[in-house]
Design a protein around this ligand. Structure first.
Ligand code: CDP
Ligand code: CDP
Length: 201
């Protein structure tokens, strides 16, 4: 039988870190759905039409290192407001969620739209300042020089676009467990996530 964990929340809240640890703990597969939108955003920056790019997306498109840049993140949040782009990506995400042996999907609309009947739902958040600081460290470590002010602006712009769009806006599902990681270590956040999932098993 399949078991789906939905993990949603704003940029750099710790969704991916928690999802990877939870997937390893339970032996589930993990899909970072942000990569789908980043891959479409990257294709738009290269001159392709977003809807056509979403319909033609291949698994190899999700492996490209340049998907991690702030420029691609902004493009991702722009293509993510387009209903046809979102619709083109639904089946792939739902098929992954149904895989035997369990699945963790992280994104913005997993618990609300993609998998409304997921057995466990987490909403992972943190203050914009903490998230910008964490993302700054990641970008610097990956050799993408930037400033705190720039990263904070990027995070806030994407939060606003993701929250205010009419298609699948970012919001906690009514049955999601809230995890605010602002003052938590990664270990503490992962322990809370595992406890919340264990309670639904
Ligand atoms: O997937 P999402 O964009 O929500 O965030 P992430 O890439 O998992 O995490 C952003 C950064 O915050 C990573 O470098 C984590 O190591 C760090 N972090 C965290 O995820 N949770 C904490 N409690 C503390 C730091
Ligand atoms: O890692 P981070 O949280 O910064 O971003 P991401 O998860 O890679 O998502 C990039 C952008 O894709 C987001 O700002 C959203 O606009 C969009 N996205 C979405 O609309 N729905 C999802 N399920 C996942 C991402």
């Amino acid at each position: 039988m399949s078991f789906t964990v939905a993990v949603d929340g704003p940029a750099a809240a710790g969704k991916g870190t928690i999802s990877r640890a939870v997937a390893a703990h339970f032996g589930f597969g993990h899909l970072d759905t942000g990569l789908l939108y980043r891959a479409v955003g990257a294709r738009m920056l290269a001159g392709d039409k977003p809807i056509e790019a979403a319909l033609a997306l291949l698994p190899d498109d999700l492996e490209r290192p340049e998907l991690r840049t702030a420029q691609v993140a902004q493009a991702a949040s722009k293509v993510a407001v387009i209903a046809e782009v979102r619709a083109a990506l639904v089946d792939f995400q739902r098929a992954f969620a149904r895989r035997a042996g369990g699945a963790v999907l992280d994104g913005r609309d997993i618990g609300t739209v993609i998998c409304p009947r997921a057995q466990a739902k987490l909403f992972v958040t943190a203050s914009a300042e903490v998230r910008a600081q964490r993302r700054l460290q990641e970008l610097m470590a990956a050799g993408n020089p930037t400033s705190y002010a720039e990263v904070l602006e990027d995070v806030k712009a994407r939060d606003a676009r993701d929250t205010n769009r009419s298609e699948s806006p970012l919001k906690p599902a009514s049955d999601a467990v809230l995890i605010d990681t602002s003052a938590l270590t990664i270990d503490e956040a992962v322990t809370m996530a595992i406890a919340a999932i264990d309670a639904r098993r």
